[in-house]
Design a protein around this ligand. Structure first.
Ligand code: OAD
Length: 257
């Protein structure tokens, strides 16, 4: 089949599941936001993990070893997210969701808020939210149930800290070695098992358990569509591989179904 045949076959599969609640499960990764100017992690030259060591910047151990460096790195990324805008791919997904309420379940590994700003409510966020802050451990004040013990009111600094016990504020993202939010993961796994079509956009498929969702969908007889300009570790799950970027392919795949 030619790439154009693949695109029309994938469109037909999506059209066929439009009448069914939860018929389409979409999993997005960093490539989804690349055209909004947010760097991916594993692209060879531009990816964050090509330039930085993930264990230093995305683990509790790395944060404890150099909290100021890690905090500033996330502060810079937060600024990048705040100044970015949703791209045509985010907008195409949000427009599809408005046209077909309840059909699409959107699961993202991204910690930015571009799906939400494109108009999606109820996105299942597997890896947290970079714009949120959390405590690293349990503060003395938090343990006594003090309502003032709120990370956004911590003593300013790099990173902010609890004035009483010195506990540190950390970014609200999931780091290597940490569990994913259980509710979001359960609902994502359910959506993968229930959907008729799974659309995977802009992920290398290198990080689990998110990477396992495509296989789970395929095992439950869903048709898997992958949108990515390059190969990924989960290409063997795909019925259709659409080689292109999110902002190029999603509008032609979803508009005006
Ligand atoms: P990766 O950086 O591992 O993969 C990005 C994928 O996007 C690659 O397969 C690229 O080929 C593809 N890509 C690049 N530009 C694209 C574009 N314009 N359109 C579509 N695809 C494009 O990112 P993830 O798979 O999301 O964890 O990485 C998974 C997790 O690893 C992330 O959530 C992050 C990271 O450590 C946390 O933040 C907890």
């Amino acid at each position: 089949m030619s790439p154009l045949d693949d695109l029309s076959a994938a469109r037909a599969a999506i059209a066929a599941c439009c009448a069914r609640a939860g018929g389409l499960c979409v999993l997005t990764g960093a490539g989804m936001s690349a055209e909004s100017g947010i760097p991916t992690f594993r692209d060879a030259l531009t990816g964050l993990w090509a330039r930085f060591d993930p264990m230093e910047l995305a683990s509790v151990e790395g944060f404890r070893a150099d909290p100021a460096r890690v905090w500033r790195w996330y502060a810079e990324r937060r600024e990048g997210v705040r100044s970015a805008q949703p791209n045509a791919g985010h907008r195409a997904l949000a427009a599809f969701d408005r046209r077909h309420p309840g059909v699409l379940v959107l699961v993202t590994q991204n910690v930015d808020d571009l799906h939400q700003r494109a108009g999606h409510a109820g996105v299942l966020r597997l890896h947290g939210d970079i714009l949120q802050q959390a405590w690293l451990g349990r503060c003395v004040a938090w343990q006594r149930g003090d309502p003032e013990c709120d990370p956004t009111r911590a003593e300013p600094g790099d990173p902010p800290r609890c004035a009483e016990c010195g506990n540190l504020v950390r970014p609200g993202v999931v780091w290597f070695g940490e569990s994913l939010p259980a509710d979001a993961l359960d609902r994502a796994e359910q959506a993968a098992a229930d959907c008729a079509v799974m659309l995977v956009v802009g992920t290398s498929g290198a990080v689990w358990p998110a990477a396992g969702l495509a296989e789970q969908a395929r095992r439950h007889a869903a048709k898997v569509i992958i949108v990515n300009p390059a190969s990924s570790e989960i290409d063997d799950q795909a019925r259709w591989l659409l080689r292109g970027t999110a902002a190029e392919v999603l509008p032609s795949l979803l508009d005006p179904l």
